[in-house]
Design a protein around this ligand. Structure first.
Ligand SMILES: NC(=O)c1ccc[n+]([C@@H]2O[C@H](COP(=O)([O-])OP(=O)(O)OC[C@H]3O[C@@H](n4cnc5c(N)ncnc54)[C@H](O)[C@@H]3O)[C@@H](O)[C@H]2O)c1
Length: 254
């Protein structure tokens, strides 16, 4: 699909992989709405990107706020591209240090943001896309974000790995489901990317994380995610698949 055929929504667009994707979209002249938390730098980031980029403050788990965000994109041009990057980690163990069962509340909160949030954003965006006329045989493309933790979750990544595996699991079903509406669904599973998540780590830890990648022996650059997201939109035969973007890394237990 020609990405310039309509507008785009980028969740998590205030930072990291989402911001890099939004930058590429705006450079191509795509009217773009950044969706991120009200506490994020989204408004300033959108102003800095220019091109009429809008910021819609929304928690991706909130149906009304996400509905308003996708409606804002439709006001710019028919919504045709979704790149859903919003997500967060959170460490916990099955049994905590005191021997108590891990917190169900905490587990649920991480699954809620990453997995339930993905369904909320996907369903709201797809409903909008489905209402538009097709362009060259397609109505829209939804790019979701999992993680290599979906297969190789490290100790401590219990809820995050569960949620990301859930996103991998829903990808094919959603693609099959939305095929009749001429909407594709593809998930990208990043390895280790140099985003603000990792910026909090000491330089030597980031360096050693980069050294764990077989080739290229470094952390991923957010723009490399953005380039794949746009390639997914561009290529009509990519559908129902999760693509690892990880320099061949396979995570160890810890
Ligand atoms: N950076 C990596 O190495 C890496 C690896 C694998 C997967 N990922 C995934 O890529 C995605 C983007 O991560 P990133 O590295 O760019 O992180 P980031 O922290 O730089 O960006 C994530 C953005 O999501 C937003 N966000 C978080 N919770 C939200 C919510 N409930 N509603 C709306 N927005 C919310 C944050 O405010 C932030 O702006 C995430 O889903 C993450 O799990 C990242």
């Amino acid at each position: 699909m020609d990405v310039t055929a309509g507008s785009a929504v980028v969740t998590g667009g205030a930072s990291g992989l989402g911001l890099a994707t939004a930058r590429r979209l705006v450079e191509k002249g795509v009217p773009t709405v950044l969706v991120d938390l009200p506490t994020s730098a989204g408004a300033d980031v959108a102003a800095g990107l220019g091109g009429g980029t809008r910021f819609a403050a929304a928690d991706v788990t909130d149906p009304d706020a996400v509905a308003a965000a996708v409606a804002a994109a439709d006001e710019l041009a028919p919504l045709r591209t979704l790149v859903h990057c919003a997500g967060r980690g959170g460490a916990m163990r099955v049994v905590d240090k005191e021997g108590r069962p891990g917190s169900l509340e905490f587990y649920e909160s991480i699954v809620r943001v990453n997995l339930i949030g993905t369904f909320n954003v996907l369903s709201q965006a797809a409903a909008r896309m489905a209402a538009h006329e097709p362009v060259e045989g397609e109505r829209g493309v939804c790019v979701l974000t999992a993680s290599v933790a979906a297969w190789e979750g490290q100790i401590g990544q219990l809820p995050y790995a569960s949620a990301k595996a859930g996103i991998v699991g829903l990808t094919l079903v959603a693609a099959r489901d939305l095929a009749s509406k001429l909407i594709r669904v593809v998930t990208i599973a990043p390895g280790t990317f140099d985003t603000p998540i990792l910026a909090r780590l000491p330089e030597n830890v980031r360096e050693s994380l980069g050294q764990m990648v077989p080739h290229p022996r470094r952390l991923g650059v957010p723009d490399e995610f953005a380039r794949l997201a746009l390639a997914v939109v561009d290529n009509p035969m990519l559908n129902g698949e999760t693509i690892r973007l990880d320099g061949a890394i396979r995570m160890q237990p810890k």
